[in-house]
Design a protein around this ligand. Structure first.
Ligand code: BMA
Length: 365
């Protein structure tokens, strides 16, 4: 009798652990669809990305199928960036006036075309509702678990979760995507920046955000990118805010300054190389998560600045993608429009065999 009961218990335990393993593998495989894709093309080219590409550009807004990258180069970017700031306050559109329902359908369209979506987030501060750039109040320590505004923060994350949960393809399958929260934390311009919290508090904020969305909100198809700005010169300084390997899939860097007039292209190369070395050690992907030159005021910026960085032999074969910032009318754009004096140069840069636009990316899959 005793041995029969024992056998039953052992069988039950075995079943539970097999089910657990199966569930874990399912989650991994959803998330892995982008990871695997990016891993399999590593070394064959760098995906080119553009923020808000399908939503608006210079001289147009919300024209389905339109894209400044396509107008100049003939093809769409392979990576599409979107911004969630405002979602946490139930706004109908983000801080740059993009309606969230339009954003959702454009992200679904980008996925259907074969592209990858990546989301940034400049949230208004919980409780004070000041902008992401407000540094008057100390926020982070009050919104992490145990903080007096933790519940208020959690309800903001709930809104982000609902948006992400809505990213499904026409067969009802979850669309994998990249989320890049709490970016540029090494700078001192956001309420989550370097002067506004301790490293420990920041790491808790990051870890909590990922855990909550992934495990409690079922977003197991989400990849996470860690992207400080360029204020680091060693692995130690880069990792000061790193929440831990279990939370991060992509190591990135945002860097505009080193590619400006008077900046050092070599410094940008060195920082990306450092990120690559760390990513490789950790078995993660690496990316140039944000860059650009406002209004592309240097005609050959794309071939001479960005092109030089990406042609570095280590960078060329190691990073997964590069993304330039948004084209907000004719005052704040980072990719040229047709007839712009930098358009020909940008086109030349994009035609380099090392740079992948959508068609080239799809052909490699
Ligand atoms: C910044 C600028 C702002 C914008 C914000 C979030 O870099 O482009 O105008 O509101 O990103 O997209």
């Amino acid at each position: 009798m005793a041995s029969k009961t024992c056998l039953k218990i052992v069988l039950c335990l075995l079943l539970i652990s097999v089910q657990g393993l199966f569930a874990q593998n399912m989650a991994e495989s959803k998330k892995n669809s982008i990871l695997e894709e990016l891993r399999s093309i590593k070394g064959k080219g760098i995906l080119f990305g553009h923020q808000d590409d399908l939503a608006y550009g210079v001289g147009w807004e919300y024209v389905r199928g339109e894209s400044d990258v396509k107008r100049v180069s003939g093809d769409y970017p392979a990576l599409f960036g979107w911004e969630l700031g405002g979602l946490e306050l139930d706004h109908a559109h983000n801080l740059d006036s993009v309606p969230f329902n339009t954003m959702q359908s454009l992200a679904i369209m980008a996925d259907e075309m074969g592209g990858i979506n990546t989301f940034s987030w400049h949230p208004y501060a919980p409780v004070t509702h000041e902008s992401a750039w407000d540094k008057k109040a100390i926020i982070v320590k009050h919104i992490i678990p145990g903080g007096k505004y933790h519940e208020a923060f959690k309800s903001q994350l709930d809104k982000v979760a609902v948006f992400f949960q809505g990213l499904k393809n026409k067969n009802g399958k979850k669309i994998p995507f990249i989320f890049r929260p709490w970016h540029e934390m090494d700078g001192a311009w956001f309420w989550w920046g370097s002067k506004q919290s301790t490293h420990e508090e920041f790491k808790q904020l990051f870890a909590y955000t990922v855990n909550y969305l992934r495990n409690e909100k079922g977003l197991d198809q989400m990849l996470i990118a860690y992207s400080p700005d360029r204020n680091f010169d060693s692995a130690e300084t880069y990792l000061q805010w790193y929440p831990g390997d279990q939370y991060i899939d992509i190591l990135g860097v945002d860097n505009y300054s080193d590619l400006k007039k008077g900046g050092s292209t070599q410094a940008a190369i060195d920082k990306l190389r450092l990120v690559i070395e760390l990513a490789n050690k950790k078995g993660k992907l690496s990316a140039f998560t944000e860059t650009g030159l406002e209004n592309v005021t240097k005609e050959d910026w794309y071939t001479k600045k960005l092109g030089t960085v990406l042609a570095d032999p280590v960078i060329a074969k190691e990073i997964s993608y590069v993304m330039v910032w948004r084209n907000d009318g004719n005052v704040h754009y980072f990719f040229p429009y047709p007839d712009h004096k930098a358009a020909q140069d940008a086109k030349e840069f994009l035609s380099s065999p090392n740079i992948l636009l959508l068609e080239a990316y799809n052909a490699l899959k």
